[in-house]
Design a protein around this ligand. Structure first.
Ligand SMILES: Nc1ncnc2c1ncn2[C@@H]1O[C@H](COP(=O)(O)OP(=O)(O)O)[C@@H](O)[C@H]1O
Ligand SMILES: [Mg+2]
Length: 313
């Protein structure tokens, strides 16, 4: 059982072995887990493995990206609703927490949930019960909460965009999924797994990439991580070596842009925002009305940001 669920998490590098060890440990506990890592690195794969290895495995795994739900619907989506709760609510609808009863709810992109909703989510987690929209009845829930984000969550807390009490509720366990460029030894195994997965789907025996192709793949920085590698393998199956051309160009491009990109990539969203505001203000000769217009911000919100980031003019 355990071996099987972990084999879905492909990789044998030291960092992946450590990650699998953590998955095993965490799956035996009931505490909330927060999974951190870049987009495409495999956070959802890890979340599923935790569920499959846990005692909850015969109950549902309900995954949802918080970014995919419009802000106005997030509460009804997660907590459910009763008829008349809003215009289109004609019948009773259990939310995702109820749908996950006995199992695991996986809230992806948790860093992006609106501040206004965070307090309500915190209450649900503290009280272990939900109230459907339009109802006062409390429904007890038995659900393990696993969250993931690629946002710098500590920075969001500092910037006031994420409640620290909610973060401490969610990150009893923190698991970091390393980006693919930090474990390039895993590339051959991953390529093999994706060839099997997608080759079977197309019903063909795909050509195996030779050692020189693997070397090329290892020197590419994979900004889109494992997801990008999987897409490459799909192209390889239908195009063969031609699939490398697109990759070649992108490698060249990414090396060229690396210096600038690296700098931006190592910054938090707030730091980037502060930097862009400074640049635009400078470009507008310090005229805040003009700068606000160019940034698509209300004047008041530009003033707030200037204050928050302590931008000096
Ligand atoms: N270690 C891994 N082993 C096998 N497949 C993986 C692994 N990591 C990622 N993938 C695949 O890459 C894609 C992106 O993974 P996902 O878990 O959705 O990333 P994230 O949630 O971090 O954006 C998925 O198709 C997933 O199956
Ligand atoms: Mg994802």
């Amino acid at each position: 059982m355990s071996v099987d669920a972990l084999s879905q998490v492909v990789g044998n590098s030291p960092r992946m072995r450590e990650l699998k060890q953590q998955i095993l440990q965490v799956s035996q506990a009931e505490f909330p887990v927060m999974i951190l890592g870049e987009s495409g690195a495999g956070k959802e794969v890890v979340a599923r493995a935790i569920h499959t290895l846990s005692a909850r495995r015969d109950h549902p795994f309900v995954g949802q990206s918080c970014l995919a739900i419009p802000e106005a619907l997030i509460e009804s989506e997660l907590f459910g609703y009763e008829p008349g709760a809003f215009t289109d609510a004609r019948e009773s609808h259990p939310g995702l927490f109820e749908q996950a009863e006995g199992g695991t709810i996986f809230l992806d992109e948790i860093g992006d949930i609106p501040l206004s909703f965070q307090k309500r989510l915190l209450r649900v987690l503290q009280e272990r019960e939900v109230r459907r929209l339009g109802s006062t009845e409390a429904i007890a829930i038995n659900v393990r909460v696993v969250t993931a984000t690629n946002a710098p969550i500590e920075q969001l807390v500092k910037a006031g965009d994420f409640r620290s009490d909610l973060l401490y509720r969610l990150n009893t366990f923190e698991i970091r999924v390393p980006p693919l460029r930090q474990r390039i030894e895993d590339i051959p195994l991953l390529v093999e797994a994706f060839l099997r997965k997608h080759g079977a789907r197309y019903g063909i025996e795909p050509e195996q990439p030779g050692p020189e192709v693997i070397e090329q793949l290892k020197s590419y920085p994979w900004p889109g991580n494992v997801r990008e590698l999987e897409n490459f393998v799909v192209r390889w199956i239908s195009l063969g070596r031609e699939a490398l051309n697109a990759l070649d160009k992108r490698v060249a491009l990414s090396f060229e842009q690396q210096d600038t990109n690296r700098r931006w990539l190592s910054m938090t969203m707030s730091e980037i925002e502060a930097e862009v505001i400074k640049m635009v203000l400078h470009d507008c000769g310090g005229n805040k009305t003009l700068a606000a217009k160019r940034l698509g911000l209300a004047r008041k919100s530009l003033y707030n940001k200037i204050e928050r980031y302590r931008i000096e003019l």
